[in-house]
Write a protein of this length. Structure first.
Length: 188
């Protein structure tokens, strides 16, 4: 019986030792695997924050560029309403000059010269602020810059060539402020 009990005791001791080793192995693996999982979660969290940071940095850069573009446009085209109103004044000066240019009276001729000088001075000032006249006579009709009021037959002119201007067109810093109203040649 002693032999049997000894062998049973050995089996129990061996079983206990195995269980102890398994428990220690499980305990030692559990913290390592938990640490690995925690580390992996932290790395993923860091990547998410990194993506958010890059997104916000790109958004800030885009906002800065958009602000700069809007500021440039405001400086270039902020005076558009004022210049548009002054274009009407230029039209009236042109009409006045057309009405009195063929008058023979000396006083009227002096008035013509004075009004013409004022118009030229005003055009120089407007030009220095980015206003340019759209060239039309002799050019081909372009719907981006011209508004056709009529078509007329014209000898020696190409089809769609501008032969008369009713109202000058103007551009402000490369952008159309007002289209020129024109008559174009039509050859059948």
């Amino acid at each position: 019986m002693t032999e049997t009990s000894n062998s049973n005791q050995e089996e129990v001791v061996v079983d206990a030792a195995e269980m102890d080793a398994e428990a220690q192995g499980a305990d030692s693996e559990t913290p390592a695997s938990e640490m690995g999982q925690e580390l992996e979660a932290k790395v993923k969290e860091l990547e998410v924050f990194k993506e958010k940071y890059f997104y916000l940095a790109a958004e800030m850069e885009n906002s800065r560029k958009r602000f700069e573009r809007e500021k440039e446009n405001l400086l270039k085209f902020g005076n558009e309403k004022v210049l548009s109103g002054l274009v009407e004044v230029i039209d009236n000066l042109d009409r006045t000059l057309d009405a009195i240019k063929s008058d023979e009276d000396e006083k009227v001729k002096n008035i013509f010269i004075g009004v013409d000088m004022v118009k030229k001075q005003m055009m120089d000032t407007l030009k220095s602020n980015g206003l340019e006249k759209v060239e039309s006579i002799g050019k081909m009709f372009d719907p981006n810059f011209h508004e056709a009021l009529a078509q007329q037959p014209a000898e020696g002119k190409e089809d769609q060539e501008i032969i008369q201007v009713f109202q000058d067109g103007y551009m402000l810093n490369g952008r159309l402020l007002r289209a020129a109203k024109v008559i174009v040649a039509k050859n059948d």
